[in-house]
Design a protein around this ligand. Structure first.
Ligand code: AMP
Length: 114
């Protein structure tokens, strides 16, 4: 049996996090090492390693998660815009093997990303 990821431990309330949103499908909390004035992570409660590991049945949770991201952006008054990032796999810089979406806002974000 594999060890729980740090995000699964947050879902199970085994380690603390600054949780700002929760619904049946997902949890959102502030990134511990913020890369922008607002940096929130949105994760499915279901243990999914990455975008590449989604199964067809997961379409039932991905739509609600996208709408949750919209709702969180509204809740945080991100009126000047925000960026949603999903790092998938090692070359993309994914460090935690539990699917997550970064919401970044509060400063001008450059493109292309590093
Ligand atoms: P990624 O590189 O896309 O896998 O992003 C993982 C993110 O998780 C990084 O931005 C980390 O700062 C963040 N992170 C790691 N551990 C925690 C934690 N305990 N609480 C909040 N954010 C975390």
């Amino acid at each position: 049996m594999t060890d729980k990821t740090i995000f699964k431990k947050i879902i199970d309330r085994e380690i603390p996090a600054d949780i700002i949103y929760e619904d049946a499908h997902c949890l959102a909390f502030r990134d511990i090492n913020p890369q922008a004035p607002t940096h929130v992570l949105v994760i499915p409660k279901k243990e999914i390693v990455s975008l590449d590991d989604l199964e067809d049945e997961d379409q039932a949770i991905m739509g609600p998660i996208m709408l949750a991201i919209r709702n969180i952006a509204r809740q945080l008054n991100l009126d000047h815009g925000y960026r949603v990032v999903c790092n998938c796999g090692p070359e993309a810089g994914q460090e935690v093997p539990h699917l997550h979406f970064h919401i970044l806002a509060g400063r001008a974000l450059t493109w292309p990303p590093g």
